[in-house]
Design a protein around this ligand. Sequence first.
Ligand SMILES: C[S@@+](CC[C@H](N)C(=O)[O-])C[C@H]1O[C@@H](n2cnc3c(N)ncnc32)[C@H](O)[C@@H]1O
Length: 250
Amino acid sequence: MTGPGEEAIGVALLPDAPADLPGERTVSEAAAAAAGIALVMGYRDGMLSLWRPEGREKPLAVDFGAGRMGYRLAAERARHERLVRAVGKQKGLLVDATAGLGRDAALLARAGWQLILLERQPLLHAMLADALRRDAEMGQRMQPLRVDSLTWLQQRLHSDLPRPEVICLDPMFPERDKSAAIKKDLAWLQQLCGGTSEGEEIALLAAARALAGKRVVVKRPLRAPPLGGVAPSHALPGKTVRFDVYLTSF
Ligand SMILES: C[S@@+](CC[C@H](N)C(=O)[O-])C[C@H]1O[C@@H](n2cnc3c(N)ncnc32)[C@H](O)[C@@H]1O
């Protein structure tokens, strides 16, 4: 079993992976494959990526300009995304406390928000940071921090620093897309991140609601109960996911 923030067994770092990343190292992709290691991390096409050693699948990297993500990110479309509507019209500081691959955060950055991204999984944080170094425009809007959100939210509450207006939470990686490529990405991510316990989810929601100046937005699978069983102020349902909005006012 791996604890929160620790790399899962079965991932090895290639020699070109950043030196400060924790975890097992391997001398080559071939050596990793021979040792039965499930995933390796290194650079592919100039991007810090995760892939199956000697596998044929497309490596997983964070790339804000690529494919479907690039399309969704076109500024015109970003304004209409349900998530963009769920967070509201203010354009101050937004904290994405479960940043993952930064897909939701990127939409919000394009819609004009300034974001702090919290991610505790070191390899995911490293992929995010790598993408933000390559993309100057997004890099100016998003600051990725490798931290546990619960600790960060509680420390911020007891500091003199300004409250974020909005805090977003999306703690689970449920299957939301039937395409084989997305299923593969999800399986790899689930292997890296493990789960979030119900107790953790309840604590995260409570800490976010105590800190957010205007609202907390939680992404849920369409038919799932609200996070921690706490009813939201209102919800924006879509085809497969729902955004639960908790209004706060300080
Ligand atoms: C479902 S993913 C988020 C996906 C993200 N919304 C996106 O658009 O890519 C959940 C992420 O939250 C992270 N996470 C869960 N609990 C956390 C915590 N307490 N602190 C920091 N990160 C956390 C996990 O490591 C995982 O990467």
